[in-house]
Design a binder for this molecule. Sequence first.
Ligand code: HEC
Length: 141
Amino acid sequence: MTINRRWFHLLWPVVIIAGLLMARQWMGDPTMREGQRLYEAYCMNCHGENGEGFLQMIPPLAAADYLESHLEELPCVIINGLDGPIRVNGIEYNLPMAGIGDDKLSVSQVQSLIHYVRNAWGNVGKKSSRKEVEEWIEKCE
Ligand code: HEC
């Protein structure tokens, strides 16, 4: 018992670190949370709650090959919109999507939004750096 008490103070850092890890787990990834909030505000009406799209009018984002094959263009799609025809998972879509403009979102918000659509609904995509997203935005202006 005396030995236990003597070493007890050494446990505190362990308890604190474990607590922080649990809190992080519980609160989730902040980038995903911000991305989800933006998705719900700006995209969900059209692309759907689960990124499923709508008939042959609005392409899906869930399991969409377009996201990874056009990764560097995603910021432009969000900011400037897109005017087809485009092909997503072998299906042609050709309705214009309006962009949300270049003054609504910061670079890091565009980064979060892209990260979210690439990792929600079973999608898996590596996080793009802020610098990459910034370069892609510059290229599309
Ligand atoms: C008013 C409806 C509407 C809204 C709102 C909208 N989109 Fe779209 N989106 C479309 C349509 C329609 C297309 C197909 C455009 C084409 O055919 O060229 C499209 C295409 C896309 C594509 C490329 C194709 C694909 O499925 O991968 C991406 C990526 C995309 N939208 C992401 C977004 C994101 C992110 C937002 C929110 C910032 C958003 N869209 C908001 C209608 C919309």
